[in-house]
Design a protein around this ligand. Structure first.
Ligand code: AMP
Length: 412
């Protein structure tokens, strides 16, 4: 069932409380923003609300202040950046105020003073332990600031916190912001959750990588029933290869997941899913940027003291061919230790292959694969880059995200 959208609501002259994800990285002392991507991502929703003449109250968390005020985690530096970004986006000066507390008399008074087309940013929600505890009284206090509630913070939608879940019990309607809508739309369609034409276009290819099988089991299990091909690279591939009987030297292996890996291989076969594992590897004699490296091809045992830190060229070619033939691609997790240039080729090649398939719907989620896509300079060529690492992973696992579930369903 689709969720209510901010576009379905009357916002004019209303106090609109919008949960946003302004959890931006700051300099050590907390005085400056080092990357404002998260603010930029939510700008279209803010712009829309202001165009509709809302009295816009923005609420977010930042870092882990552990339920106490802490200047290092103040959202105050966001005010100036938001003014500048809005200036650029809208072409007129927007009044952006700041409330030093997200609840209480000060927040209430400042929001009363707010005029249509103005913005009030509330201080870090997590300065109150009640936010993460999803305390109903705290949620009610937040709700008392507004007539309309909008959630645009997909990145925290997998957490049932007061500002993402609790508050929805104290407002008449809870709507998705434009970013939230986009996230649910792309990820939902990939999983076949959309209504009507919502099924993913086939062939559907999923690429999973990263360090551990244990982090991705849920995703593998959920996707096996949906995809035509599953390409596995990165550290997690070596548990699978060992489960198939290949000795993988000092490569990353989760011994307690060998049975599970074997089970997944059997399941893929039974369901007719092509499960592609690396067929050649960049081996290193140690985990270091200047390690000695060697290409290893085939199903024979690796030399005992060496470890695989990237996929090799034959694997890249096989993966790229699958990706080129896909109509839907979902990618989560790097193909190797891409932080080190010597082991980045596999991840870069996969990023390029995904970007090159312009006929497909391509979705990239998870911090590391997003970083890889950006590093490779192909971000603009991907249909959707998810802003929520943990949230997108849980979504792909088929879990219900409390912040999404809590939104009001759209009636016909
Ligand atoms: P994840 O957070 O599970 O997506 O894992 C990302 C991390 O996996 C990155 O820091 C990579 O360096 C690491 N990684 C990818 N491939 C390998 C590999 N073959 N061996 C060890 N670590 C890897």
């Amino acid at each position: 069932m689709p969720k209510l959208s901010i576009r379905d609501l009357e916002l004019k002259n209303k106090h609109v409380l919008m949960r946003v994800d302004f959890n931006v990285p700051l300099t050590e002392d907390g005085s400056e923003i080092t990357d404002d991507t998260r603010i930029r991502e939510t700008l279209p929703t803010i712009h829309y609300a202001l165009e509709q003449r809302a009295k816009l109250i923005l609420a977010s968390h930042l870092g882990r202040p552990k339920g106490k005020p802490n200047a290092k985690y103040s959202l105050r530096p966001v005010v100036d950046r938001l003014r500048i970004l809005l200036d650029h986006a809208i072409g007129e000066r927007i009044n952006v105020g700041f409330s030093p507390d997200c609840i209480g008399e000060i927040a209430a008074e400042l929001s009363r003073q707010l005029e249509s087309g103005q913005v009030l940013l509330l201080e870090n929600l997590r300065f109150h332990p009640e936010e993460e505890a999803n305390d109903p009284e705290f949620a009610a206090k937040l709700a008392s600031l507004c007539e309309v509630y909008v959630n645009d913070a997909f990145g925290t939608a997998h957490r049932a916190h007061a500002s993402t879940e609790g508050i929805t019990h104290h407002v008449r309607e809870a709507a998705a912001g434009l970013l939230m809508e986009k996230e649910i739309g792309y990820l939902g369609r990939a999983l076949g959750l959309g209504a009507g034409d919502g099924a993913p276009a086939k062939p559907f290819v999923a690429i999973l990588g990263g360090a551990k099988v244990s982090d991705k089991i849920g995703v593998i299990e959920n996707l096996l029933g949906k995809v035509d091909a599953l390409l596995i690279g990165g550290g997690m591939a070596y548990t699978f290869l060992k489960a198939k009987g290949q000795e993988v030297g000092k490569s990353l292996v989760e011994l307690d997941k060998l049975d599970l890996a074997a089970e997944m291989i059997a399941k893929a076969e039974k369901q007719g899913v092509r499960l592609l594992l690396p067929i050649d590897h960049v081996l290193a004699d140690r985990f270091a940027p200047d390690a000695k490296t060697e290409l290893f091809s085939g199903t024979g045992d690796f030399p005992e003291d060496w470890m695989a830190l990237d996929i090799g060229p034959e694997t890249i070619a096989a993966f790229a061919a699958e990706i080129a033939g896909a109509a839907t691609v979902v990618w989560n997790g790097p193909m190797g230790v891409f932080e080190l240039p010597a082991f980045a080729a596999g991840t870069t090649a996969v990023a390029e292959a995904v970007a090159a398939n312009q006929g497909a719907t391509t979705v990239v989620g998870g911090g590391d694969s997003v970083a890889a896509v950006q590093q490779t300079g192909v971000a603009a060529m991907i249909s959707h880059i998810s802003t929520g690492g943990g949230a997108s992973l849980e979504f792909l696992e088929g879990k219900k995200l409390p912040g999404v579930e809590a939104l009001t369903e759209k009636t016909a």
